[in-house]
Design a protein around this ligand. Sequence first.
Ligand code: NAD
Length: 389
Amino acid sequence: MAKVVLVLYPDPVNGFPEFPKDYARDSLPELPDYPNGQTLPNPKGIDFTPGALLGSVTGELGLRKYLEDNGHELVVTSDKDGENSVFERELVDADVIISQPFWPAYLTPERLAKSKNLKIAVTAGIGSDHVDLDTANELGITVAEVTYSNSLSVAEHTVMQVLVLVRDFVPQHQIAVDGGWNIADAVERSYDLEGMDVGVFAAGRIGRAVMERLAPFGVHLHYTDRFRLPAEYEEKYNLVFHENIEDLVKNIDVLTVHAPLTDETSGLLDEQLLSTMRRGSYIVNPARGAIADRDAIVRALESGQLAGYAGDVWAPQPAPVDHPWRTMPHNAMTTHTSGTSLSAQAKYAAGTREILECFFEGREIRPEYLIVQGGNYAGTGAHSYAEKK
Ligand code: NAD
């Protein structure tokens, strides 16, 4: 019998919805495999209705029946921060810890050292930087995430936020809500995306999907990544490759950010880098908040060096109520929702179940789901997180 601790975001303030009565739609579309041929999550079974809210405490990622039928104990909480939190108390004898990047249960070196029974930390979603990966490596703890589960969800959100910034949607909508018709005010910062230079930092699953979705807008696409894309892909989308982010940002109007948070990417969008961008550039960062220098972003918006900043990731999470990104000028921030649409939840809940089935049945976890295993970066972790050799 194993103890599984599951940290999820709190339920809706007006109560947990009943499916399908309280939902906007009755079902989700059937989807093919992912664009690179990777198969969708394929657990032996699921005990939830796709399209229902699974990511908050009562939803339990649909895991309770499966775990209890197999004799395991499940503890679910949203109380994750501080020494007196339920998470801090329960992690000491947990075999499995599952958390979501939207509401990250930070597994610091101290917490990992306290979790003497911990064998696997699962990210229900993508991005395992909330786990101290060096310590997980040292302690031989497996870290796995549901690679691709919400990459396309984030790509859609990114495209939305690029358009929201460039066209300056937020104040225009507010004028409509407020009963006004001030067209000149509404359009004084509104541009067409067509013809702009758009640069993608990290062309992994999300970055490539963003470029593919933006190509029909008639933009000029640029990118950088540690690994250059195949020539035929570059030709298909007319991509300009830049050796590094320094060269990329000088040549674009819009930057979108899709790298994992690592020692190399932490604090990368700083005052110096921002100062080399074209005046009036836009940044959309749905990767990780700590890739950007919080105060440098605020100053660049205030000075006009940046014309807009959006994204949905913050540091820490949840962000404090007085976090300056909530109120800085020309922002279109959301609260880490891009990868947790109801559609995305169905995929990462099924993927989490698949990982658990493999773990409990002693079967291999797919390499694409692995970040760290047996004391080393593995699978996607070796490609996207480990230092480039
Ligand atoms: P991915 O593994 O497919 O792609 C990551 C890419 O980053 C790889 O191509 C890798 O080569 C590149 N990279 C890593 N370090 C780099 C560096 N220093 N310089 C240049 N390129 C670098 O992952 P993905 O599915 O595209 O997701 C990317 C990131 O987006 C995740 O790690 C996560 O932090 C974030 N994410 C956010 C949400 C959300 O809800 N906002 C959801 C999913 C993922």
